[in-house]
Write a new protein. Sequence first.
Length: 146
Amino acid sequence: MNEKVIINIWTDGACSGNPGPGGWGALIKYDNSTKEISGSEKNTTNNRMEMMAVIEALKYIDTESKINIYTDSKYVKEGITNWITGWKKNNWKNSKKNDVKNKDLWVVLDILSQKHNISWNWVKGHSGNIENDIADKLATQAIDQN
């Protein structure tokens, strides 16, 4: 995969209870290929699963690429496109001077996202977007595999 290939990724996270057992899923499309990936954790939160979906999808892409990421998580989209700049400037403190939640995952997501040319897109969940529905299904099914 490379800059000439545009990769489209739809991600979603799910949790049964919050916190509770969780799952994440991603649908990756490039050229004429489609890849579905998913995973789970025993005790987590919905936000962490939303982030893990993006992280694991980006780990799957092994070379610098042009990527369109579609997430139904405003937390992920706003965090990586807006909030993270201030968090890093303020030593990972939020506007209330508290430690940023999920810093461990934000650091990884920041590093991975800098390796690619990414367009971040928010999509409304459960609104009939076929690819987002597939990512949601992967995430919810992954919970049961835990």
